[in-house]
Write a new protein. Structure first.
Length: 115
């Protein structure tokens, strides 16, 4: 199982970024996916979750209305569209899934929100 994130970078407050996570090594379309964030000095936290067919999504309260998780099962890819970014959105964003009895994480992509 491999999860490879991309799309992070430096953005000003109020800006947008779209993160991507390409999955391989398992039947992507059968598994729910999540994005997590690890902000400096904080615990890793769940950002967004999406079911295997994309029919249901859920978000941390602070992300609702600003972030959108989606997936393209034909491309084995899950996305995180982040709008109206705030300074406190800075952190490393990780793609996650649970396959079999194991947890799988990507290497993370850094998002820095700064003026």
């Amino acid at each position: 199982v491999q999860l490879v994130e991309s799309g992070g970078g430096l953005v000003q407050p109020g800006g947008s970024l779209r993160l991507s996570c390409v999955a391989s090594g398992f039947t992507f379309s059968r598994y729910a996916m999540s994005w997590y964030r690890h902000a400096p000095g904080k615990e890793r936290e769940l950002v967004a979750f999406i079911t295997s067919n994309g029919g249901w999504t859920n978000y941390a309260d602070s992300m609702k209305g600003r972030f959108t998780i989606s997936r393209d099962n034909a491309k084995n890819t899950v996305y995180l569209q982040m709008n109206s970014l705030k300074l406190e959105d800075t952190g490393v964003y990780y793609c996650y899934t649970r396959w079999g009895n194991s947890d799988y994480w990507g290497q993370g992509t850094q998002v820095t929100v700064s003026s």
